[in-house]
Design a protein around this ligand. Structure first.
Ligand code: FMN
Length: 322
């Protein structure tokens, strides 16, 4: 069934792909690597508890329960502090460490972190170099960039800056900061970088199904891809890229119920209503039924009411299956 050989990496998504979602998605997909939401580094070595909170998998040797490696992502602008925090992440068990040079958030950009750094390739170079020098050589130091800040004119300079600083690999979200998340993704820029850089380049942006993945690989020549929103809108996207049948709505609904049970028994239970509604918004891209069910349950505010709504919908579906 799994008929193509490629690496599939789950993208970092702040406020969305937390450890429970990583646990769930890695239990049903053959991910090669998961990247965490970013840790914001400003002017200190962050306490260990910050890393454990964001990435509880560190306590399991940097692996999810199903054994998929997890890499901590850090975001900052000061090479020295980025280096110290990179070392802390890997010392605690992160499988390598990733630097974020793509975050478009105003707050982060105003304090000179994330995508705003794409205007300063030398600073990107200095940050990655400092991280590389601090982290033991057997541990990957990687970076994730967009194609630029206001335009794409510096895309190659930034890619070269990451490579020349000694990074192990580079993920490229094929849009500028100004492009936001609007289609299309400009994969052809990734092709140019992949042809120029001797390190692996990971293609990212607008991969929603197997056909998109195959087209992206064909256009870019990359054998590593990263998927973000698509991984939520079709929960077994990575498996389906490798040949499995995409989940139907009934299977997805059962998975949501399972997720709800995980989420409501964990420390973040109070966030559950917001989290599940957020997931509905991604699912409705793939499943019209998600939209219909969301209309019914969005008025519910308590976990219990939402969960009952999901279970009722699942029992209504069950007889149709038999
Ligand atoms: C809600 C949200 C949060 C994100 N958080 C991060 C983040 O913490 N770090 C990062 O490098 N990229 C982040 N991204 C960007 C994604 O990793 C990815 O590059 C982008 O969504 C494009 O890939 P996709 O088309 O597969 O979603 C985020 C994107 C979204 C939509």
């Amino acid at each position: 069934m799994r008929d193509i050989s490629l690496r599939i990496i789950l993208a970092p998504m702040e406020g969305v792909l937390d450890h429970l979602m990583r646990e769930l998605l890695s239990s049903i997909n053959p991910y090669d690597l998961l990247v965490t939401e970013f840790v914001r580094v400003v002017d200190q070595l962050l306490p260990e508890k910050v890393y454990y909170r964001l990435c509880p998998e560190l306590k399991n040797n940097g692996l999810t329960k199903s054994g998929t490696p997890v890499r901590v992502q850090i975001l900052g602008q000061e090479p020295g502090w980025m280096a110290e925090n990179a070392l802390r992440a890997v010392t605690l068990g992160s499988r390598g460490v990733d630097a974020n040079f793509g975050c478009p958030a105003k707050m982060v950009n105003r304090s000179k972190g994330g995508a705003v750094l794409l205007q300063y390739p030398e600073l990107i170079h200095d940050i990655v170099k400092a991280m590389r020098q601090a982290v033991p050589s057997e541990q990957p130091v990687t970076a994730k960039i967009r194609l630029g800040y206001e335009d794409k004119s510096l895309f190659m300079e930034n890619a070269l800056a990451v490579y020349e600083a000694g990074a192990t690999e580079l993920a490229i979200h094929a849009r500028s900061k100004v492009d936001g998340y609007k289609p299309p993704a400009y994969w052809e820029y990734i092709t140019e970088v992949r042809e120029r850089l001797p390190i692996p380049v990971i293609a990212n942006g607008e991969i929603w199904n197997r056909d998109d993945a195959l087209r992206c690989m064909e256009v870019t020549g990359c054998d590593s891809i990263m998927i973000g929103r698509g991984a939520l809108s079709m929960p077994n996207l990575a498996a389906s890229i490798k040949g499995d049948t995409p989940y139907d709505w009934a299977t997805t609904l059962r998975l949501m119920i399972h997720y709800s049970e995980l989420e409501t028994s964990g420390l973040k239970a109070t966030y559950y209503p917001a989290r599940i509604k957020q997931w509905f918004s991604y699912l409705s891209r793939e499943y019209p039924e998600a939209d219909d069910l969301f209309r019914e349950i969005r008025i519910h505010k308590t976990t219990e009411d939402i969960l009952n709504g999901l279970k009722l919908a699942a029992t209504k579906l069950a007889p149709m299956k038999s």
